[in-house]
Design a protein around this ligand. Structure first.
Ligand SMILES: [Fe+2]
Ligand SMILES: [Fe+2]
Length: 464
């Protein structure tokens, strides 16, 4: 049975255009220009999602939204509106749309691709796996050789690739520049044999998938990670690697695609997964062994800072899931302002920068907050942490040279994790060695609050 989608939009030609596009993707689509009729259709049919325009006729869009939330809470709602004014007139506010069950919203005519992402990105993988008619075929398609632009691909280590039963996107092996073999097709039954063949017989180290499938990858990996975190048969190393691979590709998506509601939602799931992994009843010291051979890229940096910030905060009595969600989000986003720096500055250590370069670099906290300000669903606390992550209690930090208690405690945790990760990656040393570097800095106790340093040390000596 095909998946059903309802489009409620007063602009019939736009509704038809979207419907044709979704029909071609295999969805069954109904359209309505009237809010009243849309409600009636929802009463009679079971829809997976509704693409609801706020300016729909007969019945106000915000009332239809209220009806959907109350009568059909499991239906995904994607909201569109011709302009910002319509939103104001409806009495709805952007920053509470998610609370009202809206997965995504678009001002102006949405691109068809964005709509597809909104629908598929929010689809529950459990449903995709069950939905055999639509998404899966039995067996595996033949391997096909193809030419592609290398820029369009994302690489993942073959050891870190795990799939759900039905492969959610095309998977490739690279032959040479621009030449790939599609070894698994979207919809195929996942074939571990085929992956093993490339790994063991052909010594392939990496698999590739298309950038346009990144959202599906993140969704799938988040789902798999949630599933395996509790499993005793999956090794800790695999779990740590899963979260690492996922985080890095997630940060790439964040930096390249910007702060779309879908991307933010995926970030929350990712932070939850990091929370779960640091709260596993395993020996944390054992886990730290898997932290080696880091890439110096910004996405690896963001992942490591997220992981170690969460580790530190776990040692506090007031540690909670909500704190982790705020801190995790801030840690993933803390250097988003660096994406606006020129490449030469972005890749240079601040110790080697000249005065002008350092001035530019130091702007990244405020630039980061300006980027986050464009996204109403980012909590204020996350923005404050991003702003303060380079402040130090002796006042030598930036951008505002704040001192002592004027710096949020979580911002100090983030700042400490940031410096620690820098030592670890710049010098390619293990976590305990990086710890020594931080603690042996004569200014260490002047820069950081003693209690935070003590809890940081606890991560390595007597972790909770
Ligand atoms: Fe920074
Ligand atoms: Fe940083």
């Amino acid at each position: 049975m095909a998946i059903k989608i309802l489009i409620a939009n007063p602009d019939l030609s736009l509704a038809t255009k979207i419907a044709d596009f979704l029909n071609n993707l295999g969805y069954e689509v109904d359209t309505s220009i009237s809010g009243k009729d849309a409600q009636m259709m929802m009463y009679n049919q079971k829809y997976f999602a509704i693409i609801l325009d706020l300016s729909v006729k007969d019945h106000p869009g915000h009332q239809v939204l209220k009806f959907v939330r109350q009568a059909h809470p499991s239906v995904k709602v994607i909201l569109t509106m011709p302009d910002e004014k319509t939103m104001g007139e409806s009495g709805l506010e952007k920053n509470i749309l998610q609370k009202q069950g809206v997965c995504d919203f678009f001002v102006g005519e949405p691109s068809l691709k964005d709509l597809q992402n909104a629908i598929e990105g929010h689809r529950d993988y459990r449903e995709l796996i069950k939905d055999k008619d639509h998404e899966t075929r039995d067996g595996v398609s033949a391997e096909t050789e193809m030419s592609f632009d290398d820029e369009g691909f994302i690489q993942i280590a073959i050891d870190e690739f795990i799939s759900v039963k039905a492969v959610q996107f095309d998977v490739f092996v690279k032959l040479s520049t621009g030449k790939y073999i599609k070894i698994l097709h979207a919809g195929d039954t996942f074939s571990i044999d085929r992956i093993e063949k490339y790994k063991n017989e052909k010594k392939v180290q990496y698999l590739y998938f298309l950038k346009e499938d990144r959202s599906k990858f993140i969704r799938m990996q988040n789902y798999i990670t949630e599933k395996v975190l509790d499993s005793k048969s999956v090794t800790l190393k695999t779990k740590v690697n899963l979260v690492k691979g996922l985080s890095e590709i997630y940060v790439d998506a964040l930096f390249e695609e910007g702060l779309k509601p879908l991307v933010i939602e995926q970030g929350k799931t990712l932070c939850n997964n990091v929370y779960e992994i640091v709260h596993q009843k395993t020996d944390i010291r054992k886990m730290l062994k898997y932290f080696s051979n880091f890439s110096t890229s910004l996405n690896t940096h963001c992942y490591l800072v997220t992981f170690f910030s969460c580790m530190i905060v776990k040692q506090f009595e007031w540690d909670s899931k909500t704190t982790h969600e705020i801190l995790g989000m801030a840690a993933i986003l803390h250097d988003i302002g660096c994406t606006k720096l020129t490449e030469d500055i972005r890749e240079m250590s601040p110790l080697k920068m000249n005065e002008e370069q350092l001035k530019r670099y130091k702007e990244h906290c405020e630039v980061g907050v300006a980027i986050l300000d464009l996204c109403p669903s980012i909590p204020l606390m996350v923005k404050q942490l991003v702003l303060q992550h380079h402040e130090r209690i002796n006042g030598e930090g930036f951008p505002n040279g704040l001192k002592y208690e004027r710096i949020l405690e979580l911002a100090q945790v983030l700042g400490l994790a940031d410096e620690f990760v820098r030592h670890m990656v710049d010098n390619q040393i293990s976590p305990p060695e990086a710890l020594k570097k931080v603690l042996f800095d004569p200014n260490c106790f002047k820069k950081y609050n003693g209690l935070i340093l003590e809890r940081f040390l606890k991560v390595f000596t007597n972790p909770n």
